[in-house]
Design a protein around this ligand. Structure first.
Ligand code: NAP
Length: 246
């Protein structure tokens, strides 16, 4: 149970982030729903949580903006009084073959997926160090472990998230802060909805369990890593991928 805890979930307006926000709220945490552009969707997640008896607030912040993250995290801490769980979920794709990939598309994906996680950890960990405890969960991907043709920027960002997770886990462990990553495989969200039927069928064929996962499958793993029961687990990468990458 997460009663009395404050949990910040980046990119919680849709998909996996929304499922994590709802799950942590059901476990009793007050959830800070972060979004970038989807204000109405983020407000709808807050309403859904409140209708189920939970607590939530909505904050806009582009996680790739270092200064904006500083203001965002400091405001949350000032308003809520603590910050116990940070889920770095916000992420984007801008796929293309390496030879044709623009510098802008490479930078944009790295800035959001990797630097965004650094930005929030940079400011949230200061508060967690003061509190002598906390949980940080970073969203990687199986692609960060295996690589994927057409996703050099995304794979690099998600591999970077694993390195960031392990370094942060080592730095913060002595103060009771755990840092872990989740590596989802194919999960049914807006991000994978854009894939062609051909790519979806080929992907499904690589999954031993035989089907795509749901956002709730990832949310269950996040809730476990955020729980008191996961106190002796840090620096790990938990695959939620139907066995796709072993
Ligand atoms: P999604 O449905 O496309 O949702 C992405 C979320 O990230 C949205 O809430 C979006 O907010 C937010 N976001 C994007 N850029 C942002 C920024 N600069 N600042 C703040 N928020 C930002 O994606 P998803 O499939 O749920 O994926 C969530 C995470 O899981 C990502 O890190 C993704 O890489 C990872 N993942 C997904 C899969 C999969 O199969 N779906 C597999 C492996 C890993 P707005 O709505 O406001 O734009």
């Amino acid at each position: 149970m997460l009663a009395g805890k404050v949990a910040l979930v980046t990119g919680a307006s849709r998909g996996i982030g929304k499922a994590i926000a709802c799950k942590l709220a059901r476990e009793g945490a007050k959830v800070i729903i972060n979004y970038n552009g989807s204000k109405e969707k983020a407000e709808a997640v807050k309403s859904e949580i409140e209708a189920a008896g939970g607590q939530a607030e909505v904050y806009q912040c582009d996680v790739s903006d270092y200064t904006a993250c500083e203001t965002f995290i400091q405001t949350v801490i000032k308003e809520e009084g603590s910050l116990d769980i940070l889920v770095n979920n916000a992420g984007i794709t801008k796929d293309g073959l390496l030879m044709k990939m623009s510098e802008e598309d490479f930078d944009k994906v790295l800035d959001t997926n990797l630097k965004g996680a650094f930005n929030t950890i940079r400011f949230a960990s200061r508060q967690m160090l003061r509190q002598k405890g906390g949980r940080i969960i970073n969203m990687s991907s199986v692609v960060g472990v295996s690589g994927n043709a057409g996703q050099a920027n995304y794979a690099a960002s998600k591999a970077g998230v694993i390195g960031l997770t392990k370094a942060a886990a080592r730095e913060l462990a002595s103060r009771g802060i755990t840092v872990n990553a989740i590596a989802p495989g194919f999960i049914e969200t807006d991000m994978t909805d854009v894939l062609s039927d051909k790519v979806k069928e080929a992907s499904e064929a690589q999954i031993p369990l035989g089907h795509f996962g749901k956002p709730e499958d990832v949310a269950a793993a996040a809730a476990f890593l955020a729980s008191e029961e996961a106190r002796y687990i840090t620096g790990q990468v938990l695959h939620v991928d139907g066995g796709m990458v072993m």
